[in-house]
Design a protein around this ligand. Structure first.
Ligand SMILES: Nc1ncnc2c1ncn2[C@@H]1O[C@H](COP(=O)(O)OP(=O)(O)OP(=O)(O)O)[C@@H](O)[C@H]1O
Length: 229
């Protein structure tokens, strides 16, 4: 079953009297367990598409279905639940809370998810170890490198064992070694836990990790290619 179905998505932004195309009739099916990169130049619609899939933004027309649930039929509360429990988000700027330690940044989200204290502690240790941050649990974001901060963000994203992770330019602020390590972590999570990844990027090295490359231009899907491994 497709875990993500996008049908004829259109999104137009209004800036003064100017109309800016975000998405122009984009249709896309992503199967569970896929590892997909969204590629395209700046302004081509990658973030707009990820935001539509993640329910962070509503398209003007068209439908998005995630895990069998059509987003436009969900109440605000149901959509928030889907985002909290079934989708992990990773952003370019990490989006960690600066006054919270690595442990607290991950645990905070689990607290919102209603996970019991004892279970939370155990799970936080496990996910931080999984992303290679054992021994750094008590550090604040400012005491971690960019690559390590992004790993905290990944730990936070996978703490609830989501079926789907959406990553928006996750390597944009990382040096090439950290970017490579992050992509290898994504590949491992995809292979070993079956998490579906949709990653936007204009970094050709990142695209090299994708088994499927979806190209956007001016809000339109212009190519959808399976890459040789
Ligand atoms: N909130 C907004 N208001 C006005 N225009 C917007 C808004 N969000 C996006 N756009 C416009 O929609 C188009 C698509 O933007 P989007 O951010 O999806 O592109 P992108 O491919 O992710 O670009 P980048 O690689 O630079 O992040 C761009 O022309 C952008 O300027």
């Amino acid at each position: 079953m497709s875990t993500v179905v996008c049908r004829d998505l259109c999104r137009v932004f209004h800036q003064g009297d100017q109309e800016i195309t975000g998405l122009d009739k984009v249709s896309l099916d992503i199967e569970a367990g896929e590892f997909v990169c969204l590629a395209g130049p700046s302004g081509s619609g990658k973030t707009t598409l990820l935001n539509a899939i993640g329910g962070l933004d509503t398209p003007d027309s068209g439908q998005v279905t995630v895990g069998g649930q059509r987003l436009d039929t969900l109440s605000k509360g149901e959509l928030a639940d889907l985002r909290l429990n079934s989708i992990g988000f990773v952003f370019q700027a990490y989006n960690l809370v600066p006054v919270l330690s690595a442990r607290e940044n991950v645990e905070f989200v689990m607290e919102v998810q209603g996970v019991a204290v004892a279970q939370r502690r155990e799970r936080v240790n496990a996910v931080l170890a999984q992303v290679g941050l054992s021994g750094m649990e008590e550090r604040l974001p400012a005491e971690l490198s960019g690559g390590q901060q992004q790993r905290v963000a990944v730990a936070r994203a996978i703490a609830s064992e989501p079926a789907l992770v959406l990553a928006d330019e996750p390597t944009a602020n990382l040096d090439s070694h950290s970017a490579e390590q992050l992509m290898e972590l994504f590949v491992e999570l995809n292979r070993e836990q079956g998490i579906t990844f949709v990653i936007s990027t204009h970094d050709t090295r990142v695209m090299g990790y994708a088994r499927r490359l979806v190209k956007l231009r001016d809000g339109q899907l212009v190519a959808d290619e399976v890459q040789a491994s």
